[in-house]
Design a protein around this ligand. Structure first.
Ligand SMILES: *Cc1c(COP(=O)(O)O)cnc(C)c1O
Length: 456
């Protein structure tokens, strides 16, 4: 597969070049020259295939021939010892994407990216230095994904005192090839430092630099996998037993009366809690590949740039506002450029319904779903749930199964969830963190301070 920049359709690059560079030299995002299709035999067996096999079939055309099939097969098995359970909650499904090591969906992208970087850099003598700025969740997933990966060292910048203690343990706990830097400044300052580092000629000469943020194509592609897997299962009328991560108290409260309520056999609608729109873009790839998907719901918090665009046709990025679903506090979603370069406004409007949800409604939803269906939602999943309810009320949803993406485990946002719904169970991945010590360095918000650490 060859890749182009969203801003220049002439210069094609390989998967390796697109993945390792992260962003195109002209500032655009890399997109594949075409979106491949699933074979007929894969489409007819999506409902019964194992997760790593769907991962293999989904990712293969995007990385072929640079990653040989045997290597890719090992990579996806190693990256995904966990899957994405589809859990019946009332008449709907929750697609639980938080069974990985950092209990959020970013594990799916980060774990594949790390393994693919390691393979693409095999035999190189100079290590690859990855720089990432994080407001919380990305840093944990990247730290875990790259921890112990040979030939790669990772430096993560986060705003000092502005991530949760749990997030800090995920970012600054692994040590080894992962360096955690608490920057005296905001997330925007961290991002500006990373940008300045990439623009610095001396740094570029001395190190082999790469980024691992959510615009990287190698993080995006693996996120198409769980849409295809879930759509296949829902259409086949299958779901999974309650995930261990959020077991429901006792009885069958709110379980609904069987799959016929959830209208198997028809294409699936997904409600996607969205911020930077990488997750939803990956869903559009899965649909374009032929997965049985009818509609996406772009559910945001008050940072509703994309829902506004879908309604008006005007794209107006703006500064972000803080909310309780803070991984979605994005006013200028970076993946919008990718969506808009693949599809026209009319096409996007056919595939996506936009909706936004206030913090107040998000809180009510967490309490209500716990009460009525004995299920714990995290604030992001709650935005997806409530958004779907709103559109359903307005008669804007097609028939067929509806699945809401659970993008983070509720225990990750215990400060919000516990007062509303009681204490969610702690999954083993998060329980393990409790005894973990944090090793980080504090640095001034200055490029010189960052350079000193990188040269050390
Ligand atoms: C990153 C994140 C999102 C937003 O995903 P995008 O791909 O940026 O739209 C939603 N929920 C959680 C928990 C996240 O960490």
């Amino acid at each position: 597969m060859r890749y182009y920049s969203t801003r220049n359709a002439s210069g094609a690059v390989s998967y390796a070049q697109a993945a390792l560079a992260g962003i195109a030299p002209d500032g655009g995002l890399f997109i594949p020259e075409e979106i491949p299709s699933y074979s007929r035999s894969v489409l007819s067996s999506l409902g019964s295939m194992e997760f790593p096999d769907i991962a293999f079939e989904t990712i293969r055309p995007y990385v072929h021939p640079e990653i040989p099939d045997a290597v890719l097969g090992d990579m996806v098995r190693d990256a995904y010892p966990f899957g994405a359970p589809l859990i019946a909650v009332g008449k709907r499904f929750m697609l639980e994407l938080f069974h990985g090591p950092t209990a959020a969906f970013k594990d799916f992208g980060a774990r594949f990216m790390a393994r693919s970087f390691s393979y693409l850099r095999r035999g190189e003598s100079k290590p690859l230095t990855i720089l990432v700025a994080t407001s919380g969740d990305t840093g944990g997933a990247v730290a875990d994904g790259f921890s112990g990966v040979e030939g790669v060292s990772v430096t993560i910048l986060y705003p000092k005192g502005r991530v949760t203690p749990l997030q800090e343990k995920q970012i600054a706990g692994p040590g080894g090839n992962i360096t955690a830097l608490a920057v005296e400044g905001s997330f925007d300052d961290c991002q500006a430092l990373v940008k300045a580092a990439f623009a610095d000629e001396e740094l570029q000469k001395r190190l082999v630099l790469s980024s691992a943020n959510s615009i990287n194509i190698s993080r995006l592609i693996p996120q198409a996998v769980y849409y295809a897997a879930a759509a296949g299962r829902a259409v086949a009328g299958k779901s999974d037993p309650d995930g261990e991560a959020t077991p429901r108290a006792g009885t069958a409260a709110g379980h609904g009366s069987g799959t016929e309520d959830r209208r198997s056999g028809q294409g699936v609608s997904f409600s996607v809690p969205s911020g930077n729109f990488g997750n939803l873009t990956a869903g559009l790839y899965a649909k374009a590949m032929g997965a049985p998907i009818t509609l996406f719901i772009a559910a945001t918090n008050v940072n509703k740039t994309v829902p506004d665009y879908l309604e008006s046709g005007d794209y107006k990025p703006r500064p972000s506002q803080a909310t309780i679903s803070n991984a979605m506090d994005v006013g200028a979603p970076s993946n919008f450029e990718r969506m808009a370069s693949h599809w026209s406004y009319e096409e996007l409007n056919k595939s996506i319904q936009g909706v936004w949800v206030s913090d107040e409604a998000t809180r009510e939803t967490i309490a209500q779903v716990r009460r009525e269906a004995a299920y714990f939602l995290d604030p992001h999943g709650a935005v997806g749930w409530k958004g779907a309810c709103e559109l359903d009320k307005q008669g804007k949803l097609p028939g067929g199964p509806l699945a809401i993406l659970g993008t983070a485990h509720p225990a990750k946002f215990i400060e919000v969830v516990e007062p509303l719904a009681g204490r969610p169970p702690l999954p083993p991945s998060l329980a393990r963190l409790e005894g973990r010590s944090v090793v980080c360095k504090t640095i001034a918000n200055k490029l010189e301070a960052l350079k000193e650490i990188l040269y050390a």
